[in-house]
Unconditional design. Sequence first.
Lengths: 120, 207
Amino acid sequence: VSKSLEALARRVEKDPFFLAGLLADYAGSENLNDAGLAAALRCEPETLTAIRLCRAPRPDRAGFRQDVDEIAARFGLDADRLTAVVRRGETLRRLRSAAPSGHGFLAAARDGEPPPESEP
Amino acid sequence: MHLTWPSTEQGLSLHRRLCAGEATAPSDFAVAYTDVLGAWIQTKNPRADEDQCQDAAHRAILAFIHRPSCYDPARGETAAYLRMSAQGDLINLRRREDRHNRGRVRLKNVEDVVAGGKYLETTDDAAALSFDEEKARRDGAVLAAVRESLTASDQRCLDLMRQGEKQTAAFAAAAGFSDLAPNEQARAVKRVKDRIKKRIQRAGGGP
């Protein structure tokens, strides 16, 4: 993965169009670095850049399922694990917009939704 | 690294997938074009700043992903459209920097350098403060001298500070700390920022 492509993937973390922000929020809530996030998704760390640059799944149920399945199939991910990670990211995003000060929203998100299990 | 332009057919296919809203299309498009576009614009503008060239390529790629319908395949190849878009973005970035260097200094962007340690919480371009030409030149000279003395990764961090970047992840990526845990990243980034600020202060740009 080139530095430019990696920089692009980091740049779009603030853009809700992309999956990157949801993955960053999940990683932040679990205190994960790239290796940890890759382990949570069961992929190689090098694959994270391309995954981050995917479009975020649509909010409606059918669209969400279709998008998660498409991304999971494209990168060989477990769709259920990806779903759990994305849902956590979405929860954090909602909490952050509801509580601008940000105090305690990470803990609240962790309380509200269990992370994917480390073993199948 | 993809340093070969995708074929016409690949470009059309990616454009069609973006228009159709496929979730993986933005990623495939970015992977296919980012590196080759960045390399092209640097070659086309050999005297341009490397970071500005990358920024211009990124802007063109993101604009295309967000608005694929703005591109009409009947009027030319995807690659040609991207090259024109990136070149335009680079021109705009350089004009912006020229204006910046001519005397309009946003306090937020240079943090406490120009303000002598004070930090103004303003993000609006309209709120940008004008300083007299001499002061702007002096501050610009201090920053340029400090930048010269820094390592490449510290230079990237200084550039981010000047751009008003606040995300730790962005600094971590620039400094090569992406692999660290977030709390370690934050500490490492703070050390880099403190080191840069100290250099600026010593050079006469701070309190």
